[in-house]
Design a protein around this ligand. Structure first.
Ligand SMILES: Nc1ncnc2c1ncn2[C@@H]1O[C@H](COP(=O)(O)OP(=O)(O)O)[C@@H](O)[C@H]1O
Ligand SMILES: CC(=O)N[C@@H](CCC(=O)OP(=O)(O)O)C(=O)O
Length: 255
């Protein structure tokens, strides 16, 4: 089973949590790909630089100064920090943006009512499946950041949940794939502040009902929208799980 694991900005910003997660990740005894975001740290850094962060429906409006900052942070500091920590724990990781080895070729989101700027959209064909297969077949673990390219020298900021989902679908053509979204809660909860209300299994009907009731909101909506698309496109398992529980049964499984 090929495991594709995505970690978000909440975990990345907490050094102890990140180290603990990377130790557990290293111990996973199957081929694996790590995809990371870093949105929380990016917003903090943009504010420090006097650039106002702008998000619409979980997507960052990315003008040139914002692109410069997020490229430096996602493809630079965060990616290399994660790779060096994985090396420390004995996992032979290789850090990649979408431009490296032409790993992920996106296209700039067309301007409709909103101009998102340098933001990338992906299709299954965006993923260089042969490159990812070559790496995992040789026990090298790809660590993918949220920057892609358009093939014409333009870097594009691309949502990390979308990258993980698209890699999962592309790789499921030749592998059994499990996709894990790791975040700062133990899964989908009926009460977001009460861990005893974990929903162990969720199907699309229950999701739509809980969304209607306001039980599922904000960042969880695009995450689950993406997840159900992925399940319907050939990925075997999709789980939502706290980073520290990646190897345990405490999680939400989509069905
Ligand atoms: N029913 C729910 N159960 C768990 N989390 C939820 C729920 N509804 C909304 N959320 C929110 O979704 C957030 C996770 O989404 P997001 O912040 O986009 O994660 P990340 O940036 O780590 O990918 C949680 O921190 C929580 O605040
Ligand atoms: C276009 C777009 O929205 N890009 C995201 C990429 C990082 C990301 O997805 O980070 P998390 O997973 O930590 O939220 C952003 O800049 O916030």
């Amino acid at each position: 089973m090929l495991k594709i694991i995505k970690i978000g900005g909440g975990i990345i910003d907490d050094n102890l949590e990140l180290e603990q997660f990377l130790k557990t990740f290293t111990a996973i005894d199957s081929p694996k790909i790590l995809v990371h975001g870093g949105g929380k740290g990016a917003s903090k850094m943009l504010n420090q630089l006097g650039i106002e962060p702008k998000m619409i429906e979980g997507r960052r409006i990315t003008d040139q100064p914002t692109l410069d900052v997020v490229t430096g942070l996602y493809a630079g500091n965060i990616n290399k920090t994660i790779v060096s920590k994985l090396q420390k724990f004995g996992c032979n990781a290789l850090g990649l943006s979408g431009a490296d080895g032409n790993a992920i070729k996106g296209s700039k989101r067309p301007i409709k009512t909103i101009d998102y700027g340098f933001v990338g959209d992906l299709t299954t064909e965006s993923i260089n499946k042969e490159l990812f297969q070559l790496l995992i077949d040789n026990n090298i673990t790809p660590v993918v950041c949220a920057i892609t390219h358009d093939g014409n020298g333009q870097l594009l900021n691309t949502n990390a949940d979308t990258i993980a989902s698209t890699i999962a679908v592309a790789m499921s053509q030749k592998n059994e794939v499990e996709l894990n979204f790791c975040f700062d809660k133990i899964g989908v909860l009926r009460d977001v502040n009460d861990d005893t209300t974990l929903i162990p299994k969720i199907n699309e009907t229950l999701y739509l009902q809980l969304k209607e009731e306001g039980v599922i909101f904000e960042g969880m909506i695009p995450k689950l929208d993406n997840s159900f698309k992925v399940i319907n496109a050939g990925v075997k398992n999709v789980c939502l799980v706290h980073a520290r529980n990646i190897n345990s049964e405490i999680k939400t499984i989509l069905c």
